[in-house]
Design a binder for this molecule. Structure first.
Ligand SMILES: [Zn+2]
Length: 401
């Protein structure tokens, strides 16, 4: 097996700042009660709010689905201490970007030839130019390897999807939105319990390059803090919403020891029915699957952007995963494909090295085989064969909160 990369977690050059991340949850002993939220395939039942496993006081957090400086967070003693612990003189001198009336970022006037800010939105740059910035991860290095990633969770009705991944013996990198973790904490705990690689996807899903330094820091800090509070784990990786990152945003993330994970293949699943058709998304999946056997990934791998945002995107995944597993030698989370043993600050949870017998590999592990230390109470064995049908039928309309 190839071992091209040492642990990326060890290359952090930024100085860690004082944080106030605490949790009463032991990530190795998560126990999800047999509640309707974790057993039902009925979306109306699953998306009913439930009492969280730990008390979540709204006054302690930014407003749900609002920028993370809201609710007085930007003036709290905790945040002020954090902000002042950073030497902002070293931050790249890059102004926040602007958005046009159409809600799209304005790239007009940016020097895309020299790309001084390594602005992904403008150039898809993943090699930062600024000093003291953690370099992005954008592809699994190993040949014939599909980096499995799902953004925007935890979803209120995710359990049939997580059951499916468990039955397929697959681990994915899950990029959780802080506000969603606040709303659906058992969803986040399920992700940890199932052995998925949990990373940060901001508090409220903004275009990060448009925010002030203060707001960028708050978006990352409070999302990370919420994940820690609910799951007991502090992620060391994050993904910018819509990939919108530049060296200023990277530098701020680096102060929290957060490395960006981008992608090199985009299914466009979330946009199906709006800016792209369902057929186009299915064609994207078909093309990426063919790339697994036509030589495209004979000497390298990919990281594929997909979402657990709603029933439609999860159904795309369920429909295509069997063929992905046939076309690729490895289908697995980014921590494993990058040989990142410890993708969290806490070392009580570790990931197998690539080819180290990880259950994430599709290898010869039979579907439904254990591989996972956890056995979800929600996995109803009698429904396995019908999982794809069930998810299609049950996930009617899930509102994106
Ligand atoms: Zn997203």
């Amino acid at each position: 097996m190839y071992r091209l990369f040492a642990s990326a977690a060890l290359v952090a050059t930024a100085s860690a700042v004082t944080t106030n991340y605490t949790s009463t949850v032991d990530p190795t002993k998560i126990n999800i009660p047999n509640t309707p939220q974790t057993t039902s395939y009925d979306v109306a039942t699953e998306c009913t709010y439930y009492a969280p496993p730990v008390p979540i006081l709204p006054t302690d957090w930014p407003n749900n689905w609002q920028v993370a400086t809201s609710n007085g967070m930007n003036t709290s003693a905790e945040y002020t201490t954090l902000y002042n612990s950073i030497n902002w003189n070293n931050a790249p001198k890059i102004n926040p970007r602007t958005m046009g009336a159409d809600g799209a970022l304005v790239t007009t006037g940016y020097d895309t030839v020299n790309d001084p800010d390594c602005w992904w939105t403008a150039t898809q740059c993943v090699n930062p130019k600024a000093a003291g910035v953690l370099k992005d991860i954008s592809a699994c290095p190993e040949p014939e390897t599909w980096g499995l990633t799902y953004d925007d969770g935890p979803n209120c009705s995710h359990n049939a999807f997580y059951d499916f991944l468990q039955q397929q013996n697959l681990k994915a990198s899950m990029f959780y939105i802080g506000s969603n973790v606040m709303n659906w904490p058992y969803g986040a705990q399920r992700g940890v319990k199932d052995g998925h690689h949990i990373s940060v996807h901001t508090w409220s899903h903004p275009m990060m390059t448009t925010l002030s330094n203060q707001a960028v820091l708050a978006e990352l800090y409070y999302a990370t803090k919420m994940i820690k509070y609910v799951t007991g784990l502090t992620p060391l990786y994050w993904r910018p919403p819509l990939g919108d990152v530049d060296d200023r945003v990277r530098w701020i993330a680096s102060q929290l020891n957060l490395t960006a994970i981008i992608w090199n293949l985009d299914t466009d699943d979330w946009a199906a029915g709006t800016t792209v058709t369902v057929q186009q998304v299915q064609q994207n999946y078909q093309n990426f699957i063919q790339d697994g056997t036509n030589g495209t990934f004979a000497s390298k791998g990919n990281i594929v952007l997909s979402h657990e945002i709603n029933n439609m995107t999860m159904d795309f995944a369920i429909q295509n995963i069997p063929n992905i597993k046939k076309a690729y030698k490895n289908v697995l989370d980014v921590a494993t494909c990058m040989n990142i043993t410890y993708p969290y600050v806490e070392t009580t949870v570790s990931f197998a090295s690539f080819g180290g017998g990880s259950s994430s590999s599709n290898g010869s592990v039979s579907p439904g085989g254990s591989g996972s230390s956890s056995t979800s109470k929600s996995a109803a064995s009698g429904t396995q064969a019908n999982a794809a049908l069930a998810i299609a039928a049950a996930f009617a309309v899930v509102a994106f909160l």
